[in-house]
Ligand binder design. Structure first.
Ligand code: BTN
Length: 244
């Protein structure tokens, strides 16, 4: 069955909209919801996602990765992040993936992702990958997320449809790679794409700020940092952040 493409002028959040269809309507794998404007766009850690109408890309894709055990959900984050990074590489230099799945241009955030997985038993059932990429927006109301857009970087406006199609093609390729168990390939591409992947940088956890370098990332997605006094620390999402 062909994936559906649902285009909405406005919605609360494409993640909410897509998740609302699961189990109610036929929703083939790879179906997407795209919108021009979200009235309640959601970010990670309860943040909101700001985007001027008609300027950027905001969409959600549904996958059914039932071949993945629940403790390998991070692979979905990795393929989504790599697909955005590789898409944007065609337009500008300096794109990296900030663990776990923000996309940065140098020290600024150009894309955010909200991935919501549903499980059945110990496997994944469906994964809703919500993505916001800043494209033609020239100014942002809030600097909280340290945002940047393609137009701010190059001074040119971009065809959002072309960027969306390029992303979807890469995501399907990466997803096929996952089906073919090319996990090592995904892992090494992700490590190579990391923001501040080498050397010591400031991090902040609930204890305070410290200098550390990335020692590794576990298959579960936990970040392993080595501090400047040799201590190894292990973090789940949201337990640590990079200080800019
Ligand atoms: C973040 O960086 O905090 C995640 C932002 C995710 C934003 C996208 S826009 C499309 C989709 N729908 C939402 O409500 N959020 C995601």
């Amino acid at each position: 069955e062909q994936p559906r493409i649902i285009r909405l002028e406005e919605t609360t959040s494409t993640n909410n909209y897509l998740r609302g269809l699961v189990g109610k309507e036929s929703l083939p794998e790879g179906s997407i919801v795209v919108t021009e404007y979200q009235t309640a766009g959601r970010g990670q850690v309860g943040n909101t996602w700001e985007s001027e109408p008609g300027k950027n890309l905001m969409f959600s894709v549904i996958l059914y990765p039932d071949f993945l055990p629940a403790n390998r959900q991070f692979l979905i984050s990795q393929i989504a992040a790599l697909s955005v990074k590789e898409t944007l590489d065609a337009y500008v230099d300096g794109i990296t993936v900030k663990w776990p799945n923000d996309i940065y241009w140098h020290d600024q955030k150009i894309c955010g992702m909200l991935i919501e997985n549903d499980l059945t038993g110990h496997s994944l059932y469906c994964s809703v990958i919500g993505i916001g990429i800043n494209i033609n927006q020239r100014e942002f109301l809030s600097d909280a997320l340290n945002p940047v857009s393609l137009v701010q970087i190059t001074g040119r406006e971009y065809d959002r449809e072309e960027i969306l199609n390029s992303f979807l093609k890469r995501l399907y390729d990466r997803y096929l790679g996952l089906l073919q168990e090319k996990e090592e390939e995904i892992r090494s591409a992700y490590m190579a794409a990391l923001y501040r992947g080498n050397g010591f940088h400031p991090y902040q956890d609930e204890q305070g700020v410290f200098q550390a370098c990335i020692q590794g990332i576990e298959p579960t997605g936990h970040l392993i940092l080595k501090t400047d006094n040799g201590e190894v620390r292990r973090y789940a999402f949201k337990e640590v952040s990079v200080v800019n």
